[in-house]
Design a protein around this ligand. Structure first.
Ligand code: GRF
Length: 206
């Protein structure tokens, strides 16, 4: 069993997709252990605790940066069994960059989802960046977190076409549907022990 910690800052639709996939046993061998938010008003907190009965905690940064803050997250994760050996951490709309110390402690055990085909359009407002650039295809990426911004080894990607009529909202909602599937699929690959590395490439054992 892998103990899963999910970090959120907002509505938590990816978190909800993951927790419901675990409940439906679409994801196996993963125990949802703790949800942590850095914002006290994140709507995802109530969904985790009320709908899914998962412990949900707020850890405010109060201006703390880097490892000063992240070690509080690490300590709560450990309390719930999300350890570097037995844990997996999924960032699901968590609007902070993890410190190098945290990333090193949980090497290749932190995943993130990003709403573009990385390495294109990293950072905030990826869907808006793609529309403004004029690309015809964008999508979403699940990757391991390294010390850079949206730069870690890519686990899975899904392309989504951009329509002439798209606004940031319509494109974001089409990408979001794919995000939910892609995150579930990626966690399953990890939980089934099918992921291995060749250089910085993530390969999947069949
Ligand atoms: C998603 O678009 C995700 O790709 C990005 O932040 C958004 C979070 O949405 N990292 P939600 O909170 O999972 O609904």
């Amino acid at each position: 069993m892998i103990n899963l910690g999910i970090l959120i800052s907002g509505r938590g639709s990816n978190m909800t997709a993951i927790l419901s996939a675990i409940r439906r046993r679409v994801i196996k061998n993963v125990r949802p252990s703790i949800v942590i938010s850095n914002k006290s008003n994140a709507p995802g907190l109530r969904i985790a605790s009320e709908k899914f009965k998962i412990p949900a905690k707020v850890i405010l940064s109060n201006g703390m940066k880097g490892w000063d803050y992240d070690q509080q997250i690490a300590s709560v994760l450990q309390d719930y069994g999300v350890t570097p050996r037995r844990g997996l951490i999924c960032l699901a709309g968590f609007l902070r960059i993890m410190s190098p110390e945290f990333v090193r402690a949980y090497k290749m055990r932190i995943m993130n989802i990003h709403p573009s085909l990385l390495p294109a359009f990293s950072g905030l407002h990826a869907q808006k960046q793609a529309i403004e650039y004029g690309v015809k295809v964008t999508g979403c990426t699940v990757h391991f977190v390294d010390e850079g911004l949206d730069s870690g080894p890519i686990i899975a990607q899904k392309a989504v076409p951009i329509l002439d009529s798209d606004t940031e909202e319509t494109l974001s909602s089409r990408i979001l549907k794919q995000e939910h599937r892609l995150y579930t699929k990626s966690i399953n690959l990890f939980a089934e022990g099918k992921i291995f590395f060749k250089g910085r490439s993530v390969l999947v054992r069949s």
